[in-house]
Design a protein around this ligand. Structure first.
Ligand SMILES: [Zn+2]
Length: 275
């Protein structure tokens, strides 16, 4: 039996048998692992804090034949704002589901852990957490090599210009020459702002990833594209955000959401949490 010290984010946490919990942990080196937190449901358990959904902790794990058990842990950041706001919770749940699906099927990648760290931090503080979740999962597609082609025509690799036509079946922007070959259903027209924002999301360094401004029309445009793109690439329906979208307004008090989100660079980078 070995002992492992690692930081990890709790991506999922559920009761197991008597008073135990099973955790899905996203780690920098091991990728996504399942760990048993014994007797952590007990009120007196010192492990209760580290089993909180979406928290980041230092863990001491014992491992035996890829079975992990939590021996000890201390919370680094609990992201408490996520559990106190319906939008943040839905956003984090959606993003965690996509990240977990990727991490479960891919080799462990430090980049995926780092991207999650920036994404959950931003979901906990941003004015528009649901949009952050969508952009984080779009960037995840880039990290695993299934990003849309946005720089040249996806068909002929030639130059592209307005109007920006995006073809889902081909997987990116297509030039004017190519357009006539495709039926309308597989294509949408994007605004200049939407193309610019998507290019930023695919290319920005992680510390600058969420430092963008976008009007609500552009966010709506990019949201539609992101939802369809991620479901196409992951071959799966993701329902957590659609449940939120369908909630009637009178049930959810509308928070004030500003048209433009301004996030100064200096403010609250995840690096402060010791990542
Ligand atoms: Zn072309």
């Amino acid at each position: 039996m070995g002992t492992i010290e690692t930081k990890a984010f709790v991506m999922n946490s559920f009761p197991w048998k008597d008073r135990h919990r099973l955790l899905h942990l996203l780690t920098p080196e091991l990728g996504l692992i399942t760990a048993l937190a014994p007797a952590s449901e007990s009120l007196r358990s010192r492990l209760r804090g580290v089993t909180q959904l979406f928290s980041l902790s230092d863990f001491t794990l014992s491992s035996q034949q890829s079975r992990y058990t939590v021996k000890d842990g201390s919370v680094i950041e609990s992201f408490v704002a996520v559990s106190q706001d319906l939008d943040r919770l839905a956003a984090a749940s959606h993003a965690a589901e996509v990240f977990s699906d990727v991490a479960r099927n891919d080799e462990p990648q430090r980049r995926i852990y780092d991207l999650w760290a920036y994404t959950i931090h931003e979901i906990s503080v941003a004015d528009d957490p649901v949009f952050i979740a969508r952009m984080g999962t779009m960037r995840l597609m880039e990290e695993i090599g299934v990003a849309p082609c946005l720089e040249v025509c996806v068909c002929c690799r030639g130059a592209i210009d307005e109007p920006w036509r995006f073809n889902f079946r081909e997987g990116g922007l297509v030039c004017r020459m190519e357009m006539s070959r495709y039926e309308k259903e597989a294509s949408i027209t994007l605004s200049r702002g939407a193309v610019d924002l998507l290019r930023h999301i695919m290319k920005a360094s992680l510390p600058k990833l969420y430092r963008f401004q976008a009007a609500s029309e552009i966010r709506a445009e990019v949201s539609c594209l992101a939802d369809r793109w991620i479901e196409d690439k992951m071959e799966k329906r993701y329902n957590r955000l659609s449940l939120l979208d369908q909630c009637p307004d009178f049930l959810i008090p509308k928070r004030h959401v500003s048209e433009q989100q301004t996030l100064p660079d200096e403010q609250g980078s995840p690096g402060e949490n010791g990542l």
